[in-house]
Design a protein. Structure first.
Length: 83
């Protein structure tokens, strides 16, 4: 665990935050040699990975349940105007 003084934290906070973020380790801040507080990373739960095979299967079922479209709206509209 790394330590830094309050004075170092005041002058180099961005650097310390980047270190915590990249390494995932805590930094303890000290004042006159006494531990005062910690800078800790926020731990996010791992993102759920998408199962593409399951998604594709669900999508195919959904598309199969949709009614079939006969011709486009433009074609249907044009048929009414033919002479």
């Amino acid at each position: 665990m790394k330590t830094a003084t309050i004075r170092e934290a005041q002058h180099h906070l961005s650097k310390l935050v980047n270190e915590v973020r990249e390494s995932g380790q805590e930094i303890v801040l000290t004042r006159r040699g006494e531990e005062v507080c910690k800078i800790t990373p926020i731990l996010h739960p791992e993102e759920k990975k998408l199962d593409w095979a399951a998604w594709t299967q669900e999508r195919r079922k959904f598309l199969a349940s949709m009614p079939k479209i006969e011709g486009s709206a433009v074609d249907l509209d044009r048929e009414g105007y033919r002479w």
